[in-house]
Design a protein around this ligand. Structure first.
Ligand code: FES
Ligand SMILES: [Fe+2]
Length: 438
């Protein structure tokens, strides 16, 4: 990877090639519960380097506007959310969810001027318990991606967020990196040796260099990690990378719940991680939700492990563990119980990803076969960026919501069966069916 390619893959602001590509997709940015009621307090947001304000109006509609007032750029964070719009407290201009100017009280003859004034406003949708934004060029935005959980009843989903202080791509690369799992997340027994408790852990532990493979799909990349299992079978975990930044990993056990994560760029140097756990058929058990709230499972920061909420963008989602305190790493733990020395699962990843610097220098890496999934994803992204920049049509899958109706898989396959074919039935969304994981 050259330094120029790295620039192309990482810069997300307005006017960048990646920024233009990303803006054609819908982005989840808030949980609906963060704007709980009509006329509640507005929130600061930052998406792909743009400062924004989100509010819910008196009719319950969500608006996402540019943070700075169209008049003389005062922040609408200080504004008043009242009767169908947000009012700038500097000179009283008032805007609705579409950015239309409703009142211009400091002007004697406002009507003709009001028609011309527009506050920057983006299209918003509220689905799947999330608030989505479209920041692209189309007058009529594309449909939302057809991810299966978007239309499930709320009791079948759990979502949470956190902020990570590095570029979106190196964070996402950790999510598709199957070869780190047996190291970064390994638990040790009391003698400092590898714990052999669980079968999946055991398979992983016995084979620290899985066979890695990746193939392109119309919507992204399929990444497989194969390991030798008992009875001459192959244990395959198949992750889905879906453009522009969704990752679905394989499930565990019978009738499993499933996980997906979005790595939404806040700007070039920080990322909003949205994790959703869902069950295609049943409500999530209360004790499972309790555990996720407490921080169990990949991707979740326990509610007690966040800093007190601040008023900055995503200020409620800043974990206490951070680079400033070395993610609460303890050398003693590293010798006795956690390979990483870090207790919180998400932090085991985040520590290493942030330790590369805010934007890693990909031109200084040395990649091996084990990095094949990451290489394929970078190539897929690079080609999408360049093709879109060069006018070769809409970004992949933007107009194909059905392309997103897929699942991650984890299964045992006969060694003679190729993994892509062998996992096909497990990767399909079939109504009423929830394929088992391993
Ligand atoms: S700056 Fe907002 S009304 Fe003047
Ligand atoms: Fe990880």
């Amino acid at each position: 990877m050259t330094a120029d390619e790295n620039e192309l893959l990482t810069r997300v602001g307005p006017g960048t090639a990646l920024g233009a590509l990303l803006r054609e997709y819908w982005h989840p940015v808030l949980l609906s519960s963060e704007l709980p009621t009509a006329d509640c307090d507005q929130l600061r947001l930052r998406v792909m380097g743009e400062d924004l304000i989100a509010f819910r109006d008196s009719a319950g509609r969500v608006g996402i506007l540019g943070e700075r007032c169209a008049h003389r750029r005062a922040s609408l964070f200080f504004g008043r959310n009242e009767e169908g719009g947000i009012r700038c407290p500097y000179h009283g201009w008032k805007f609705d969810v579409d950015g239309k100017c409703l009142e211009l009280p400091n002007e004697p003859n406002p009507e003709p001027i009001m028609a011309r004034i527009r506050q920057k406003a983006y299209r918003v949708e509220e689905r799947g318990g999330l608030i989505w934004i479209y920041m692209g060029k189309r007058a009529a935005p594309p449909p939302l991606p057809g991810l299966e959980w978007i239309d499930l009843p709320g009791v079948q989903r759990f979502s949470a967020k956190r902020v990570q202080h590095c570029n979106w791509l190196q964070a996402l690369e950790g999510d598709i990196d199957q070869s780190h799992v047996g190291f970064t997340h390994r638990r040790l027994d009391s003698n400092g040796r590898l714990s052999k408790s669980e079968s999946v852990d055991r398979i992983r532990a016995q084979d620290l260099h899985p066979k890695l493979a990746a193939v392109e799909t119309p919507y992204g990349v399929l990444i497989g990690a194969g390991r030798g299992a008992d009875n001459d079978q192959q244990y395959w975990r198949v992750s889905q990378f879906l453009l522009p930044y969704w990752v679905m990993t394989g499930p565990y056990g019978e009738n499993p719940s499933r996980q997906i994560r979005a790595w939404v760029p806040i700007d070039d140097e920080s990322t909003l991680v949205i994790a959703v756990t869902f069950h295609p058929l049943d409500p999530l058990p209360a004790d499972a939700i309790e555990r996720m709230r407490a921080g169990a499972g990949a991707g979740y920061v326990g509610e007690a492990n966040f800093q007190p909420p601040g008023q900055q963008a995503y200020g409620a989602w800043m974990p206490k563990a951070s680079m400033e305190n070395d993610f609460l790493m303890e050398r003693k733990l590293q010798k006795t119980s956690y390979f990483s020395g870090i207790r919180e699962f998400w932090a085991q990843d985040a520590a290493l990803q942030e330790s590369m610097g805010r934007i890693t220098l990909r031109e200084e890496e040395q990649l091996l076969q084990s990095d094949i999934g990451i290489v394929r994803v970078r190539r897929r992204l690079l080609r999408s960026i360049v093709d879109y920049r060069d006018g070769k049509g809409a970004p992949p899958a933007v107009d194909e919501p059905e392309a997103y109706r897929v699942r991650g898989a984890a299964l045992l396959i006969e060694p003679s069966t190729p993994w892509v074919e062998g996992s096909e039935d497990h990767r399909r969304v079939v109504p009423g069916v929830n394929q088992a994981g391993v």
